[in-house]
Design a protein around this ligand. Structure first.
Ligand code: NAP
Length: 241
């Protein structure tokens, strides 16, 4: 039987992991919750770069590598590609489609933190939904700004920042309430795709607020790419009944 190593850390990956039996392995970086109710094995922590991952593929007799990591986790996807070549193990990937701007959207695309800070300059009440990156910059908040940062980390914030420790999915009503309570005037986002965190875009559109969007990193092209976890699971079921 083909033994699968599934690289995860997303809700989509967890959905796939739930379909895997005990011979397969679900791998997490170790930054978030580790599920304890899976039939497959779960391993936590880095492999030591592409070389370490290639070694793991050989040592553990992995027959298929599946990259279902987040679209902004570019390093592990690059490592997966390189390791699959080095170990001669096929690599498949779940590549969640990006959100597309709709009528009424005012998206301002940026590539770096410096560009992001520049684009935010005219605004005073940003909502950060990028993950933990903003936490490293709480001491650099300009005098005219108050940041609301939503991420998975508990953090006390400071006089110019509130941290909301919350995990999606988020509802449109919930986002409306947050935008009102925190007087949000700009949204800072990754283009994560999917439906768990897109309500903020709807509310920004309703209110005519701009969204400063961190552009997606380039990801390697692999043997098979899927856009929906259910399609990937269907193919895996045929491969490993
Ligand atoms: P990254 O920059 O691409 O990867 C950094 C390092 O973390 C990798 O080189 C690898 O270490 C280790 N790593 C990452 N994912 C791993 C996995 N599934 N299993 C084992 N090791 C892994 O990743 P990141 O952006 O920090 O994200 C870390 C994890 O959080 C990813 O698994 C991703 O799916 C999840 N996540 C990321 C985001 C985001 O916005 N970036 C959002 C939601 C979830 P070694 O080189 O030592 O192997």
């Amino acid at each position: 039987m083909t033994r699968i190593l599934l690289l995860g850390g997303t809700g989509d990956a967890l959905q796939i992991a739930r379909q895997l039996g005990p011979v397969h392995v679900y791998s997490l970086a170790g930054l978030g919750k580790v599920p304890s109710d899976l039939a497959c094995a779960v391993r936590v922590g880095g492999f030591g770069g592409a070389e370490g991952l290639a070694r793991y593929l050989c040592d553990e007799c992995i027959g298929l590598l599946v990259d279902a990591t987040h679209p902004y986790a570019a390093q592990i996807s690059a490592n997966a590609f390189a390791a699959s070549r080095a170990a001669d193990v096929p690599c498949w990937a779940l590549r969640r489609p990006a959100w597309q701007p709709q009528k009424g959207d005012d998206w301002r695309m940026v590539d770096t933190w410096t560009e992001l800070i520049g684009a935010m300059e005219p605004f005073s009440r940003p909502l950060f939904t990028l993950g933990r990156e903003a936490l490293a910059h709480l001491d650099e908040i300009p005098a005219h700004q108050y940041w609301t940062v939503r991420c998975l980390d508990a953090h006390p914030g400071n006089a110019q920042a509130s941290i909301i420790d919350a995990r999606g999915p988020f509802t449109t009503e919930g986002e409306r309430a947050l935008f009102s309570a925190s007087q949000i005037d700009v949204v800072i986002s990754k283009n994560s795709g999917g439906s768990a965190t897109d309500a903020k875009l709807e509310v920004a559109r309703e209110r005519g607020l701009p969204v400063i969007m961190l552009r997606r990193p380039d990801l390697p092209s692999v043997e098979r790419e899927f856009t929906r976890p259910t399609d990937l699971v269907d193919v895996l079921r045929r491969l490993i009944p």
